[in-house]
Design a protein around this ligand. Sequence first.
Ligand code: CA
Ligand code: CA
Ligand code: CA
Length: 132
Amino acid sequence: MACHPSSSGKKVSAICTSWSSSRVQADSPGHDDRTNRSLNNEWVEITNTTRDVINLRGWTLRDDDGNRYRFDNVRLAGRATIRIHTGSGRDTRTDLFQNSRDYIWDNRSDTATLRDDRGRTVDTESWGRRHH
Ligand SMILES: [Ca+2]
Ligand SMILES: [Ca+2]
Ligand SMILES: [Ca+2]
């Protein structure tokens, strides 16, 4: 987990120490055939480990290849988990969709970086090894 310490915000430092983008399913089960179903079985889960509601508006989720997802007005309750799917679908309280037509999270290696609305890194999740 990476986190830039904040001198001002008690709230931000609390987020930094408490947040985790806890799980990534980078390799959609089965053959990667680029169907929407397969794309949606590639996802990142973010868990709010605090007891406070956090609004993710303006927050971003990025990979190592320049893909970026920007959150809308999404309120994540305390202790709640939200799953961000790669493919298309209708956003709900527990599931969001990037509406991408291609995979985002590289099966072998990649990094998911969550940043808040001020561009500060809240959490990172890496897997595999870099090849360049
Ligand atoms: Ca993948
Ligand atoms: Ca697969
Ligand atoms: Ca990627």
